[in-house]
Ligand binder design. Structure first.
Ligand SMILES: Cc1cc2nc3c(=O)[nH]c(=O)nc-3n(C[C@H](O)[C@H](O)[C@H](O)COP(=O)(O)OP(=O)(O)OC[C@H]3O[C@@H](n4cnc5c(N)ncnc54)[C@H](O)[C@@H]3O)c2cc1C
Length: 417
């Protein structure tokens, strides 16, 4: 077995892993990424938020993303299941404002490869097709280590950016609960008869269109070449009530059940198999300890409904890189730097969580549709939908639960109960 030594070894070459690794290499640290797949590879999570462009710009990776010609996303549209209620939120109207008034819809095979190539060009030693199979914390030793493809990688810090597989949490018994136990996503790529945005009057080309339903919701994300990503998210218990047992049959059954989604899908042609994912949300009891640090989905994933995953992954990674750079330079600062990293990530999760909770309880849907009449509310909600939940002074980010309840109660007295 070979031994190699780095300052930091990162497990996973998704957005969180590439960003952490690239920034540390740019700061002069010796960094390796072990990624089990060979890129490009499919990944779900295709709709970005405006704030992510700021992180990419600071990292010097934005021009590479732009050069790929991804679909520009100016905002998000919510539509009721019967098509009677619609609300649009434009990223240029957030309060506080985003530095970029737009984001991109990305096919993740390309986007993730761009970021991993950027990390490599920053000086990261990238090993694809290399699966981490064993992880050892420092214990009394100077380094933690990872075993991957017959090599033991030693490093002062091992970063677990392995996504929902969260190997560090799994291997070391750090609580990592799938807290969204009762939901499933069914999704695929389609060529629609008409772009979803052109079938919803308030939408603009490139917008994400989300169709709500009392128990489920559907996303329409326009990717390039007339390909649209369409996904249903529903309670697992509802799967049994659908016609058929294959993912394709169940997807078609959902399209019949949600009238507005069925309308937007009429005449659509499949461009990929239908895939499914269960129990995707997870919360992690701790994010660092003894030379191991979690970031991106490995550190926690809330829910896909507000497209916050990449934004949380990139924002966490940027903060983690700064914390690790400090800790490597000054061992005495390690605990303080990593505690501050964890606290800032938990604050960002805390800003998004009330929106997710109230979406599924229905309270937020009322507010989203009615907020079009109240400019202050609309702008503050827009700021959250644009990804401005990192240490934002927006009261919707600091006290979302209270605001959503209070406002929903004023527009529909029993909704916040
Ligand atoms: C149904 C659904 C829809 C979503 N939609 C959106 C959306 O529209 N917008 C959005 O922003 N987010 C969305 N997300 C979330 C988004 O996919 C994630 O938040 C994002 O990919 C997190 O990035 P990451 O780098 O942490 O993890 P990942 O992107 O999952 O990357 C982890 C990497 O680690 C590698 N890996 C895993 N185990 C090992 C190992 N043992 N050794 C080596 N490598 C390993 C994997 O191959 C992978 O490349 C969605 C999620 C779901 C479930």
């Amino acid at each position: 077995m070979a031994d190699e030594t780095f300052d930091v070894v990162v497990i996973g070459g998704g957005p969180a892993g590439s960003m952490t690794a690239g920034l540390l290499a740019r700061a002069g640290r010796r960094v390796a990424v072990v990624e089990k797949e060979t890129f490009p590879r499919f990944h779900i999570g295709e709709s970005m938020l405006a704030h992510s462009l700021e992180v990419l710009e600071r990292a010097g990776a934005l021009d590479r993303v732009r050069a790929k010609g991804f679909t520009r996303k100016d905002g998000a549209v919510f539509v009721s299941h019967d098509g009677t209620r619609r609300a649009r939120f434009d990223f240029s109207e957030g309060d506080p404002a985003s530095r970029f008034p737009h984001a991109y819809q990305v096919d993740r095979a390309t986007f993730d490869a761009v970021l991993l190539d950027w990390a490599r060009d920053c000086g990261v030693d990238v090993r694809t097709g290399t699966e981490a199979s064993d992880l050892r914390r420092r214990g009394g030793a100077a380094t933690a280590s990872v075993l991957a493809a017959g090599t033991r990688f030693h490093a002062r810090f091992v970063v677990d950016a392995a996504g929902l597989e969260a190997s560090a949490a799994r291997l070391h018994g750090w609580s990592s609960d799938a807290f969204v136990r009762d939901r499933v996503g069914l999704f695929g790529h389609f060529r629609l008869a008409r772009p979803a945005a052109s079938s919803v009057d308030v939408a603009r080309p490139g917008d994400i269109v989300i169709v709500e339903d009392p128990t489920s919701w559907t996303w329409f994300i326009p990717l390039r070449d007339d390909i649209t990503s369409v996904g249903f998210v529903l309670p697992i218990a509802e799967l049994e009530t659908l016609d058929g047992t294959s993912p394709e049959e169940r997807f078609r059954s959902m399209a019949r059940r949600v009238p507005e989604a069925g309308r937007l899908l009429a005449g659509a042609e499949h461009r990929s198999p239908i895939r499914g994912i269960r129990s995707y949300g997870r919360a992690t009891g701790r994010m660092h300890g003894d030379g191991v640090v979690l970031t991106g989905d490995a550190g926690g994933f809330l829910d896909p409904v507000f497209s916050s995953g990449i934004c949380l992954a990139l924002g966490s990674a940027e903060r983690l890189a700064a914390a690790l750079d400090r800790a490597i330079g000054d061992a005495a600062a390690e605990t303080e730097a990593l505690d501050a990293y964890e606290a800032s990530v938990r604050r960002a999760f805390g800003a998004v969580q009330p929106f997710v909770d109230h979406w599924y309880r229905g309270t937020l849907k009322t507010l989203l549709f009615r907020s079009q009449d109240n400019e202050i509310v609309r702008r503050r909600v827009t700021s959250i939908l644009a990804g401005e939940f990192w240490d934002s002074p927006n009261p919707f980010a600091t006290e979302g639960d209270r605001w959503i309840r209070a406002l929903a109660a004023t527009v529909e007295p029993r909704a916040g109960a």
